[in-house]
Design a protein around this ligand. Structure first.
Ligand SMILES: [Zn+2]
Length: 267
């Protein structure tokens, strides 16, 4: 079974066995390794408990990753953030202030600063990463057209600060490593002409030595060893992917989808 904690451990072990340094995003920005590396990034959109399991798995292998937390209750679990920070992982803020502020820059600046201050009570945050907010008309990254990272003592934002020409980016959106077509905003240009469907395909490529030497993995927190959750989430992702896909092509469905997402995330 793919996208389980068990498979996640195997995947990381495969990279380690093949000489890759597994690093948090902050390390790529401050002290980029010379040889093979894999940046480990997690967007904790929801299911914070799964994030803790992933963090423990990484910890058992002696590696550190980056966890971006949202301010919404599905993500913002103080006990879990504390535990993950205590293991030495990097904590960052998964911001969506411009979408919440409906494009009002001044309001977004205020909430961004407040939320960052809150997350800094857990960890000295240096990097932040936007949440896609796919149903909002506002792109959270536009915040940086008005403000600078340094205004908030930040050094990097993955979408703005990564050299995607030399670093291969891959993500598990929609429970597949090639599900990028379902992503609306969090898309990165693929300069490598490579595409993998399953974790197994990635492991085969890493073992063969054909996988890019500098890479950046975004794994969400849908990885679980609970068969029930795994089944429910696969069904949900399947329906969501197809619905999202159709909604992008149909105005009525698009409105309906936006309403459903809004209800789902209601604080
Ligand atoms: Zn997100």
């Amino acid at each position: 079974m793919d996208f389980t904690i068990k498979t996640y451990k195997k995947l990381l072990q495969t990279f380690l066995d093949n000489g890759y340094a597994l690093i948090p995003y902050q390390e790529y920005c401050t002290n980029k390794p010379q040889g093979k590396f894999l940046i480990l990034r997690h967007d904790v959109d929801e299911f914070a408990k799964n994030a803790l399991k992933m963090a423990q798995t990484e910890h058992s292998l002696g590696v550190k990753a980056t966890y971006y937390f949202r301010i919404v209750k599905q993500s913002n679990h103080p006990d879990i953030i504390t535990k993950i920070a205590d293991m030495g992982h990097e904590i960052g803020y998964h911001y969506e202030d411009l979408a919440f502020a409906k494009g009002d820059m001044a309001v977004a600046r205020k909430t961004f600063a407040d939320n960052l201050k809150y997350f800094r009570t857990y960890y000295p945050i240096q990097t932040v990463c936007m949440h896609g907010s796919s149903t909002s008309t506002y792109d959270n990254r536009d915040f940086w057209k008005t403000y600078k990272l340094s205004d908030f003592d930040l050094i990097a934002e993955p979408y703005l600060s990564t050299d995607f020409k030399s670093v291969f980016y891959f993500t598990d959106t929609g429970y597949a490593w090639d599900g990028g077509k379902y992503a609306v905003r969090d898309v990165v240009e693929n300069n490598f002409g490579l595409s993998f469907h399953s974790s197994k395909e990635i492991m085969v490529s890493v073992n063969k030595g054909t996988f890019p030497q500098q890479s950046f993995m975004l794994a969400h927190t849908l990885w679980t060893d609970s068969v029930w959750q795994w089944l429910m989430l696969h069904l949900r992702e399947f329906l969501r992917n197809n619905f999202k896909y159709m909604a992008q092509r149909n105005k009525f469905l698009n409105k309906l989808y936006a309403k459903m997402v809004k209800a789902y995330w209601k604080k």
